[in-house]
Unconditional design. Structure first.
Length: 239
């Protein structure tokens, strides 16, 4: 029976590239996002590549909905071997606040959009993986969680929390057959929603610094195979 990858928070950039890369290896793909508006386009793209895909609607920041959708996927498609969690766009919920001016509320919103939902995903996905003694958990994180980047202000602590959560989780689970890893991203991902937004605004010239999501997904597949690297960094920024 084919392995299953659940792509939580799928978008046209990295999420779809992860679906294509793992699908090429014979995985059945389960796409999950808050709305089904683009599911038809995603599934058509995967079908054209010969990849079997199913689509589900759930808010990946809601623990109950995540738990419910993973149970549905398991019942309808098969046990989930790999979960990829792409956190929501932080800018959708709050503006960046410089850290010297940030209060608790300014820090809380990014935490609730990124770090807290990651724990909900793990709580829902992990038990069946532990029962089987195998499984993989991928998370997309931000470079401000690794290097001081004052321009990202109030978003940075949440990125740092997510990064350390994943690295520590991998250490805690490695002798149980479970692999957890973070894809630490510094820059705008080509074809993604943020790429489209910035291009429409024409706020600055960033095309030379775009990150190719297919390259990131290719590295993620190599990490899945080797299982000896808990973090990969992707950036063209001087850090």
């Amino acid at each position: 029976m084919p392995k299953v990858i659940a792509v939580l928070g799928v978008g046209p950039g990295l999420g779809l590239s992860m679906a294509h890369r793992f699908g090429r290896e014979g995985f059945t793909v389960a796409l999950v996002s808050r709305s089904d508006t683009r599911h038809g386009t995603y599934r058509a793209s995967l079908a054209e590549a010969g990849i079997t895909a199913h689509a589900y609607v759930a808010d990946v920041t809601d623990d109950d909905q995540v738990s419910g959708v993973l149970k549905r996927i398991t019942a309808e498609v098969g046990e989930v071997d790999t979960v990829y969690f792409g956190p929501a766009d932080l800018s959708a919920g709050s503006a960046i606040v410089p850290l010297p001016e940030a209060d608790g509320d300014a820090l809380r919103t990014p935490f609730e959009a990124v770090a807290v939902p990651a724990a909900g995903v793990v709580r829902a996905a992990l038990p069946p993986m532990l029962a089987r003694g195998e499984g993989t958990l991928f998370f997309a994180g931000g470079l401000s969680g690794k290097y001081p980047m004052p321009m990202l202000g109030s978003f940075a602590p949440a990125a740092a929390a997510l990064r350390m959560y994943v690295l520590t989780l991998n250490e805690a689970l490695r002798d149980k057959g479970i692999y957890a890893a973070t894809l630490t991203i510094g820059g705008v991902i080509e074809r993604g929603d943020i790429h489209r937004f910035v291009a429409e605004q024409r706020a600055f010239d960033f095309e030379a610094d775009l990150l190719n999501p297919d390259d990131i997904a290719e590295k993620a597949w190599a990490m899945y195979v080797d299982r000896d690297q808990a973090e990969a960094e992707f950036t063209k920024l001087p850090v």
